[in-house]
Write a protein that binds this ligand. Sequence first.
Ligand SMILES: NC(=O)c1ccc[n+]([C@@H]2O[C@H](COP(=O)([O-])OP(=O)(O)OC[C@H]3O[C@@H](n4cnc5c(N)ncnc54)[C@H](O)[C@@H]3O)[C@@H](O)[C@H]2O)c1
Length: 422
Amino acid sequence: MRKEKLRIAFIGCGQFCRSFVPLFKAHPAVEYVAACDKFRERAEDFRETYGMARVFDSFEDAITSDEVNSIAIFSQRDTHGRMAIEALKAGKHVYSAVPMALKIEEILEIVRLVRETGLTYMMGETGVYRPAAIFCRKKFASGEMGDMVYAEAQYNHDMKRLYHVFQYTEGDTWRKMAGLPPLFYPTHSTSMVLSAANTFATKVSAAGFRDKVDPDIFGAGMNYWDNPFSNSAMLLHLANGGAARISENRRIAWHFPETYISSFYGTRASYECSLLQHSYVKMDEKGFVEYTDVSDELNPVELTKHKSEPDYIKKAVNGAWGGGEAPIQAIGRLPKGFAGLGTGHAGTHQFMVDDFCQAYASGWLSPTNAWKAAQYNLPGLVAHQSALEGGILMDVPDVGNPPADWKTLSPDRAENVASYDE
Ligand SMILES: NC(=O)c1ccc[n+]([C@@H]2O[C@H](COP(=O)([O-])OP(=O)(O)OC[C@H]3O[C@@H](n4cnc5c(N)ncnc54)[C@H](O)[C@@H]3O)[C@@H](O)[C@H]2O)c1
């Protein structure tokens, strides 16, 4: 157990970070929070709004300061890899928003540094904590589903209504950032399937949809990556002998649910989701199947409350009542101080913050530690290249395992490992 409490500097006081500072501040393992942004006025605003201890002039100042022992990275997608590496080299623990990094070498370097230093690293990945991932993971781990055969997951995130999130920081050049290859941000989908099946991808092939609706965002010279694809799909060959299809769609006529497992098939039982209907089908010894509707366990409590209303589906597919927890999520293990502080992305925010703090305090690996995060992120980086080359089959780098004596926190635990005075 680590005795010292967390002293965190937040890098990137933008839109997403706002949902997290109050949670970190309220966590009993945290005693100090500081702010840092390229736009100083944003960091000053955070300091005033959330009562943060101070503002750092730069990322470099934050990671070299003795006042902090941890860095929480909430800057844009293309900065995470470099910042995590520099922070780990400076001896700081790291919480990073997704993705882990956009370059294979950076991911491998983060894994190497975590192994070498023993510092806590966690990628704040919502997918692992989503109800369908929890359900499939528990059923699969119990042995009830048999061997994992095939799964499908996707992140359908049509950007039409959301391009403004890039404009907030990127200004007039926002299109350059918005054209990120969808497969460079695959962890919402991959994490659900790979954590449920407790496996990783060994090979991948992919196909991309050459965009026709936003030619000023996708295409050669339009974005930092010369990326032509607004939607992409990849087929993962898994180490357990199964396969998975993962789709990352950014211009597709779909809003909610946005990140979900649509199927997870085993040799003895299977899960399927269609819109808001979650089904579990189990086969008995004689080959007859038993059907269970598990929708009320997996859909957010708020959503289920409205299910008999006439316009329920109409509102739900536009995101109504979708942000909060579902009964399957173990909110009982969260700190009491989180009550009423809000959450997001299907009730996952509070779990991510708690698990980083638990991992730090206990010294255990977080559920989305460097090895797991690498396994969730790497397939997409390789798959984008496959799509550019007509779908050739490519190897996914193998990051191996953490040291055998380094225990890992289960995201599904009902109890905490580290305890604090609350
Ligand atoms: N579901 C999810 O997990 C989810 C959802 C939204 C965003 N995100 C991730 O969160 C991150 C932030 O997204 P956002 O929408 O808040 O972006 P944003 O543009 O609103 O905020 C990013 C902030 O980082 C600051 N910044 C950039 N470089 C910096 C540096 N060197 N030093 C200090 N500050 C720096 C910017 O000035 C900006 O204020 C992104 O990487 C995104 O991938 C994840």
